[in-house]
Design a protein around this ligand. Structure first.
Ligand code: AMP
Ligand code: GLY
Length: 422
């Protein structure tokens, strides 16, 4: 089989790495890919957003299956476009991907299907949103409705902060049209977890639960990032909770959408808060998580190509999806200054030495200067170790990270701290 993976970050490197293990795969292309991905796949110089060009490439190169990493092409309708041209592609349609693309859509569906989530109200007028904050007081989360690269959410500590966030999003339009509407939410308290699931629109097969580390600093301080590390399985999601999440969240969403005429196929990612009243949805994503994928896929003890095909063909119920009885930890190595302004072009050394310590180094934001691998993004690398348990994986991953050097590099020293405290 010939496979095209769309995207070029750490998640896509993990996807390519796992897909390459399938005995059925002869060739993998990745658009645009990165230098790490280029070691196992052929990188193609097409942006992940250029649906037309990607489709043309897939036809010309007889690609049998396309796998989409990022949300943008999904919400832009890449799956509809490919399918209309008779090409097989893994991911939800544009309509289904609204679950990630529009917070209003997601919240309204959850309400309709009785899926537990934070209380919310939607506003198209800043004055009305402000009035709601005045009446509710504190404990409010302000979210831009549309896609804002993970930056459209303000967990307001005070009323003033909530009001300021409304002004920024709706009046100053700091996220552009994503701020035409805001969702105001009750603030949930608890521990967060990510549960991703494969689905063919009928059957839902959860993956192992993971936990991401969104803040830049140790102890979960500082600004939000795309994710500074992850581990799986997350012990906060006990086997009983996993069942509960499947029965009260994942399956009702998929069933509800199908009954409303939307067949959701691909990965459904539930961002959850494990509250005192049980698990509640913070958000849905229509794709694999980054960096969750870098810890979840190494634990998958099955052929990913087969699972993806079953999702497309509606035969997931007949698939065995096994997981290794191990744990994985991923530490993201970021450029100095990230998530603010950061440098690019610094030489990276020690990649081979890190991998020699039984880890996989997934490239996220790397580039080439001649033959030399240099930094090229905010999140530069994700180093993943697998071991008998989380503690052993942590002990394995950090000495490997210690081999890596580039000017200004930063990483969190406390990945998996919540699991270790248990
Ligand atoms: P989102 O982009 O919706 O995942 O939100 C980003 C982050 O904001 C989440 O990972 C949470 O840490 C936080 N967050 C979002 N919504 C809520 C909520 N209702 N209560 C508490 N924290 C939230
Ligand atoms: N790790 C968070 C996300 O992929 O959205």
């Amino acid at each position: 089989m010939r496979i095209l993976v769309v995207g070029g970050g750490g998640r896509e490197h993990a996807l390519v790495w796992k897909l390459a293990q399938s005995p059925r795969v002869k060739k993998i292309y990745c658009a645009p890919g990165n230098p790490g991905i280029g070691q196992i796949a052929e990188c193609v110089d097409i942006s992940a957003d250029n649906i037309k060009a990607l489709c043309g490439f897939a036809r010309e190169h007889s690609v049998d299956l396309t796998v989409v990493g990022p949300e943008k092409p999904l919400t832009d309708g890449i799956v509809d476009y490919f399918t209309a041209q008779g090409l097989r592609i893994f991911g939800p349609t544009q309509e289904a991907a609204q679950l990630e693309g529009s917070k209003t859509f997601a919240k309204e569906r959850m309400k309709e299907y009785g899926v537990p989530t934070a209380e919310f109200a939607v506003f198209s007028s800043a004055a009305e949103a402000r009035a709601y904050v005045e009446s509710k007081g504190t404990g409010i989360v302000v979210k831009a409705d549309g896609l804002a690269a993970g930056k459209g959410v303000v967990v307001a500590e005070t009323k003033a902060e909530a009001l300021a966030a409304i002004d920024e999003i709706m009046l100053k339009k700091v996220h552009g049209d994503a701020g035409n509407q805001v969702v105001l939410e009750e603030r949930l308290v608890g521990e967060e977890a990510s549960l991703l699931a494969f689905t063919d629109g009928v059957t839902v097969v959860p993956m192992v639960a993971a936990q991401d580390h969104k803040r830049v600093g140790d102890g979960d301080v500082g600004p939000n990032t795309g994710g500074m590390g992850a581990y799986a399985p997350a012990p906060v999601v006990t086997p009983q909770l996993l069942r509960q999440i499947q029965d009260t969240i994942l399956q009702p969403m998929i069933d509800g959408l199908r009954q409303d005429g939307i067949l959701y196929q691909g990965v459904l990612y539930a961002g959850l808060m494990i509250t005192a009243d049980g698990p509640k949805v913070i958000e849905f994503n229509a794709r694999f998580g980054d960096p969750e994928t870098q810890v979840v896929l190494p634990l998958l003890d099955a052929d990913l190509v087969k699972i993806m095909e079953a999702c497309i063909d509606g035969t997931l119920a007949g698939q065995t999806v096994k997981w290794r009885d191990k744990a994985a930890v991923c530490v993201v190595v970021a450029a100095g200054g990230y998530p603010g302004e950061y440098r690019k072009g610094d030489i990276i050394t020690g990649l081979g030495e890190a991998e020699a310590r039984d880890t996989v180094v997934f490239h996220a934001g790397t580039g080439l200067a001649g033959d030399t691998i240099v930094t090229h993004g905010g999140r530069v690398l994700g180093v993943t170790a697998m071991a008998e348990n989380i503690a052993a994986a942590v002990d394995k991953v950090y000495p490997a990270v210690g081999q890596i050097r580039f000017a200004g590099m930063q990483y969190r020293k406390d990945i998996a701290h919540r699991a270790l405290k248990r």
